[in-house]
Design a protein around this ligand. Structure first.
Ligand code: TRP
Length: 351
């Protein structure tokens, strides 16, 4: 297993990651502090740092690396962040790391700028409150970001960054610097308004190496360590590994209903039996069935989910029927999303 911001591979063992990264398991008590959300109930958001210290004076911070279409794996983190914003009425600072993607990907600066625009539309369409949501685009907000990033960078050595991200002597120097940029929004809002708010960062666990460095450095600059909450990856439709655009079967927020149907029917790994007769007798296995696993991420009602699980296990429900339930669920989420996307006014969101 390998989990870094720039490479995720192998079968992910989340228990091992907790020890390896030094995060803590989310407890029922901490979950109650945040409220009732199916991603918490089902332990998809599963770990945290310092969440027990959360007060009512905080802002949320998360981000997006713009290098392609947004897929459903990104969506769940943002949907959860929007829910937290609604629960607590707090500000969200949202970073678009066009610098990062330019440095790490074999793509032109102009292509990255186009994706930045496209991705901003998708983030806004998740439904964040425009009055309380502030987009930071790293190259566009360089005037605010750079003076703080160099303060962070001054505390970071080459060998620290090298070992945190697995870099080599052949890695370009911009990549070494970049992590400083990802640290800045954890305290930038307090610089801007002179406040003392805590920062809470929701993110998928692969981003953890950045924020481990952040927590070592920011106290040296007189800022509070950010609190954080980590989620598991949405599994790839074929089963193992994380959903990723590079695999080619990811479902994008801009996909049409027929594209969604095609991808799920073609790729979703089935926990069903070889023949209908055998399936009726022995039942399906929801634990290895990606359509069922995806419903754990996207079907908010426990009652509906439990009912599907029972019927699938008993053989009453066939794999094709289960896939259809997932197709309909995803398509209804995307239909709402795409409607909101049409109406986004980006100016309302820019810091
Ligand atoms: N590096 C992240 C990515 O590649 C983008 C990002 C920036 C981010 N700041 C963040 C993600 C804070 C989570 C939380 O997608």
């Amino acid at each position: 297993m390998k989990v870094t911001p720039y490479e995720v591979k192998g079968k992910i063992d989340y228990e091992k990651l907790i020890t390896k990264f030094g995060v803590k398991r989310l407890t029922p008590k901490l979950k109650r502090k945040l409220g009732d959300h199916h991603l918490l109930r089902r332990n998809i958001f599963f770990a945290h740092r310092d969440l027990e210290k959360l007060t009512d004076n905080f802002f949320l911070y998360t981000g997006c690396g713009p290098s392609g279409n947004i897929h459903l794996g990104h969506y769940i983190v943002w949907e959860f962040t929007k829910w937290l914003q609604d629960q607590f009425g707090c500000d969200v600072y949202f970073q678009f790391t066009d610098d990062e993607k330019f440095l790490y990907k074999n793509m032109s600066y102009d292509d990255i700028q186009n994706w930045t625009k496209e991705n901003m539309l998708d983030v806004a369409a998740v439904g964040f409150n425009p009055k309380k949501t502030f987009f930071i685009v790293n190259t566009k907000h360089a005037n605010l970001m750079y003076p703080e990033a160099i303060k962070v960078a001054k505390k970071l050595t080459l060998s620290t960054v090298k070992s945190a991200f697995g870099f080599t002597n052949e890695t370009n120097i911009g990549s070494y610097f970049y992590t400083a940029m990802q640290t800045v929004p954890t305290f930038l809002p307090n610089i801007l308004d002179g406040g003392k708010r805590q920062c809470l960062i929701p993110y998928a666990i692969d981003q953890d190496p950045h924020f481990r460095l952040t927590r070592d450095i920011v106290p040296k600059l007189g800022h509070q360590k950010p609190l954080s909450i980590q989620c598991k990856f949405l599994p790839a439709l074929q089963g193992d590994g994380k959903l990723s655009s590079s695999v080619g079967n990811a479902i994008y927020l801009t996909d049409s209903p027929s594209q969604v149907k095609k991808k799920i029917n073609k790729y979703a790994f089935s926990g069903g039996r070889d023949t209908v007769k055998e399936h009726r007798e022995k039942g399906g296995n929801p634990d290895i069935d990606t359509s069922f696993q995806w419903l754990r991420y996207f079907e908010a009602s426990d009652k509906v989910l439990d009912d599907i699980e029972l019927k699938y296990k008993s053989g009453e429900m066939l794999s094709g029927e289960l896939k259809l339930i997932l197709v309909n669920k995803i398509n209804s989420i995307l239909a709402e999303h795409q409607k909101r996307r049409e109406k986004v006014v980006l100016n309302q969101f820019m810091l």
